[in-house]
Design a protein around this ligand. Structure first.
Ligand SMILES: *Cc1c(COP(=O)(O)O)cnc(C)c1O
Length: 436
């Protein structure tokens, strides 16, 4: 009598989300072309068309990460799945790992590395600042880690740790170099090979203009060797001659040794690729390559600077070391007398615009406003500034009418940058026909 099904229940209506302009630190509105790609019909896992799409996706992401790494693929799951796959596949219990922390996502790296059984050593600095290469090298000398794990752009603080000098340091001390580039990739300069990075992981929902749910990853040969040394093909698909390790990777789903064989010529039957996410991830990278990486970075720089200019003109104080600010997100101090959450609610309810709150030590102190991916545009910047001006005014802050959007408009006039627009964002033409 207690386990009967309910006799009737209301079936919810179709998905029909309200119109929102997502100007927080991610996720952002997906490029409609990415959503269209994701609505394509499914294919069998080993259909030649599917494996061809997989190979094309690997090649596109080599371009995105700026690498020649053969081992460039997608981990199914949000960005955190990529981080976890990278760390669990490289770390053996007892390994020493160094995590320099300058924001929330550094804490996440520490958390995951600890759960992998690593002996984790952290260095922490104030949120809004970054480490010098000397500080990192000193910590490496003290800790002698197997792996350095560090975030590139940390959306929680809006600053990006410069990575270009760290590869040489890691090389000098025989340390593997992992970085989380989820928030920075495609909107800020990033050079996997030239900067000597072994492993980088990302997601789609920041500057790549897609939904969350797929985690691009690239691994150097050195990292692949470390991972393959623990290769253990699971029972049920194992055949004579397949590897069985005494120290297998402590996750099956995130076992990159097996996942690499799934994406490689062996086509090992691991998980079923998340086909619709692969279509989306492929389209994100394809659109980026059509726009051009330097052009996309310049677009993020331009609109990020226009937003920061407008916010300053509204009298708001920018948060963090502006010399290392990410192009795609800006933090502002919430003015005295304004309730940050109530103001965010007014932005959402009156204008349909979402801006971000902050975590940890910055909660209630700082808003984070993004201009990334598909939303790194002039119209989104101007609308957000115009709306925020009214929210501030009604909250009792003295603002000069039109000052925020006006300053951004003046900024755009002076900048006159050719990178201002996403190519063909509102056209159904394939950009390939126009841009090349
Ligand atoms: C946004 C962000 C993530 C997001 O991880 P998800 O698993 O996709 O939620 C990870 N790392 C950094 C640095 C980010 O800024």
């Amino acid at each position: 009598m207690s386990n009967t099904a309910p006799s009737s229940y209301a079936v919810p209506s179709q998905i029909n989300p309200p119109q929102r302009l997502l100007m927080g630190p991610g996720p952002i509105n997906a490029d409609p072309r990415v959503l269209r790609a994701m609505s394509a019909q499914l294919l069998g896992q080993y259909d030649p068309a599917m494996t061809e799409y997989m190979n094309e996706t690997m090649d596109l992401y080599r371009g995105v990460f700026r690498t020649a790494n053969q081992a460039t693929l997608l981990v199914d799951g949000t960005s955190r799945a990529g981080i976890e796959a990278a760390l669990v596949s490289m770390i053996e219990p007892g390994d020493r790992v160094l995590v320099p922390i300058f924001g929330r996502f550094g804490h996440l790296l520490r958390e995951i590395a600890e759960r992998c059984g690593a002996e984790v050593h952290v260095r922490e600095i104030e949120w809004g600042t970054v480490f010098t290469p000397e500080q990192i090298e000193q910590a490496i000398i003290e800790v002698k880690p197997k792996l350095l794990a560090i975030v590139h752009g940390d959306t929680s603080t809006t600053v990006a740790q410069p990575l270009d000098a760290l590869g040489v340091i890691c090389e000098r001390h025989g340390v593997l170099f992992y970085t989380d580039v989820t928030a920075s990739l495609a909107g800020n300069e990033f050079e996997l090979d030239a900067w000597g990075i072994d492993v980088a992981t990302a997601g789609l929902q920041k500057c790549l203009g897609g939904p969350s749910g797929s985690a691009p990853i690239s691994l150097s040969e050195r990292a692949v060797d470390v991972i393959n040394a623990r290769k253990s093909i699971e029972a049920g698909i194992r055949v004579a001659g397949d590897e069985v390790s005494a120290s297998p990777i402590r996750s099956n789903y995130f076992d990159l040794a097996m996942i690499l064989d799934y994406w490689g010529p062996k086509r090992l039957n691991h998980h079923t690729e998340a086909t619709s996410m692969l279509f989306g991830a492929r389209e994100c990278a394809r659109l980026l390559m059509l726009e051009g990486i330097p052009q996309a970075i310049e677009r993020h720089r331009l609109h990020g600077a226009a937003m920061a200019t407008g916010l300053s003109a509204l009298g708001l104080e920018l948060f963090g070391d502006q010399s290392v600010k990410m192009n795609n997100v800006v933090g502002v101090e919430i003015p005295d007398g304004i309730n940050g959450d109530a103001a965010r609610a007014a932005m959402l309810n009156d204008y349909g615009i979402e801006i971000g709150t902050s975590f940890g030590p910055l909660h209630g102190r700082v808003w984070r406003i993004g201009t990334m991916g598909y939303n790194a545009r002039r119209d989104t910047v101007l609308l957000t500034l115009a709306a925020l001006e009214q929210v501030l005014r009604r909250g009792g802050v003295k603002v000069t009418g039109g000052s925020g959007a006006g300053a951004a408009l003046d900024f755009y006039d002076d900048a006159a940058s050719p990178a201002a627009e996403i190519p063909n964002a509102f056209s159904t033409e394939d950009a390939a026909a126009v841009v090349i």
